[in-house]
Design a protein around this ligand. Structure first.
Ligand code: PMP
Length: 360
């Protein structure tokens, strides 16, 4: 069967070995005579999935013991509300770094619950850089400081963790598991699954235990309280069992392939190749300052945007799919998460070269 190179931003490609493994055991999980989709989330089969996925994720990310790992629902977007609802505590203000479409949406949502201080903002330069840390305006009374480690739409990624004494909260939806990260620097790290982790429907939240002592806003429903999810070990209600199981397979796959250091090396190589090609060409452009370019989402435009439709059509013919940029920014976007093989990036570069030759 021919599989395409799928450059979608999410849901995105999954490792082929993981898909095969899931297919192998789809009808009978580990000889149980039942699909993992058909078993109780509280039964012994799923208990194994829960236990192993937790352990594997902890070991992949080297998560310290004073953190809880939650497997929740509601997508990344629900965290835009859950974070202020749970973490404001007695404070009234939260700080947000605005570096792209997803930070902007998160800070707008937070305004429902608190005073939002925009600590740094790159909107005026069309989200093509990240303001230097020494220009960030800190207030002392922030409940937390929120930033998006990788802006999926704008193709902007933090090269390192900002130095701060604030409680750092980070949306790592589109780059968690793509490189090692020092979790101990954070209050909360979260990510939806549908990019580097597994199928949609699952959101991973890693939260430091002292933050659970903060009182949630009085009206917060029980399903939106971290402390209840922790108490119930993410089984407050029926979780998205199949997505959770698939994420577990992805964790095992990553461990077997050298862990996050190995992923970081290959992701660096793949993205560098593509950026070098774009920079060497007169026909394609990437607007992001090199230091802040995303290793996951490579955005680019064609010099003549009248050719966009033709570019996409011909790419599709070559099995290179979902290259259209986000509707907000236009142009093209190649999302090249862990599961995109280097051969996929090579095929894209070949196609882009060929396209310039014939239509540029
Ligand atoms: N944050 C980031 C960085 C994202 O890329 C996305 C989805 N593309 C979201 C939040 C929203 O995720 P969801 O659709 O799971 O709510």
């Amino acid at each position: 069967m021919d599989r395409k190179y799928n450059f979608a931003a999410g849901p995105a490609m999954l490792p082929e070995d993981v898909l095969r493994e899931a297919r192998e055991e789809l009808l009978s999980w580990h000889g149980s005579g039942m699909s993992i989709m058909e078993v109780s989330h509280r039964g012994p089969e799923f208990e194994t999935v829960i236990h192993e996925s937790q352990q594997d994720l902890k070991s992949l990310l080297n998560i310290p013991d004073n953190y809880h790992v939650l497997f929740l629902q509601g997508g990344a977007r629900l965290q835009f509300s859950m974070i202020p609802m749970n973490i404001l505590g007695s404070k009234k203000k939260a700080g947000y770094v605005n570096t792209g479409v997803w930070s902007k949406q998160a800070l707008e949502e937070a305004k429902r619950y608190c005073d939002v201080t925009v600590v740094a903002d790159s909107e005026s330069d069309h989200y093509t850089s990240i303001p230097e840390y020494n220009t960030w305006q800190f207030a002392d009374d922030l409940a937390y400081l929120y930033y998006v480690d990788n802006e999926t739409v704008n193709g902007v990624e933090f090269p390192d963790i900002p130095e701060t004494n604030q409680v750092l909260v980070s949306d790592m939806s589109s780059n968690l598991l793509s490189r090692p990260v020092d979790i101990s620097k954070f209050g909360i790290v979260y990510a939806c699954a549908q990019k580097n982790i597994g199928p949609a429907g699952l959101t991973i939240v890693i939260i430091r235990d002292d933050l659970l002592e903060r009182e949630p806003l009085a009206f917060a429903p029980s399903m939106l309280r971290y402390e209840l999810h922790v108490k119930n070990q993410s089984l407050l209600n029926t979780p998205p069992t199949f997505s959770w199981y698939m994420a577990g397979l992805v964790f095992k796959y990553l461990k077997a392939h050298g862990g996050l250091a190995a992923m970081a090396a290959i992701n660096q190589k793949k993205s560098q190749k593509l950026y070098e090609f774009i920079d060497s060409s007169q026909f394609y452009q990437n607007p992001v300052r090199p230091r802040y370019r995303s290793r996951m989402n490579v955005v680019f435009t064609l010099t003549d945007n009248n050719l966009d439709a033709l570019f996409l059509k011909l790419a599709e013919k070559e099995g290179l799919t979902n290259l259209k940029g986000h509707r907000i920014v236009g142009g093209m976007r190649a999302s090249i998460y862990n599961a995109m093989p280097e051969a996929g990036v090579d095929a894209l570069i070949d196609f882009m070269q060929h396209f310039v030759k014939h239509h540029g």
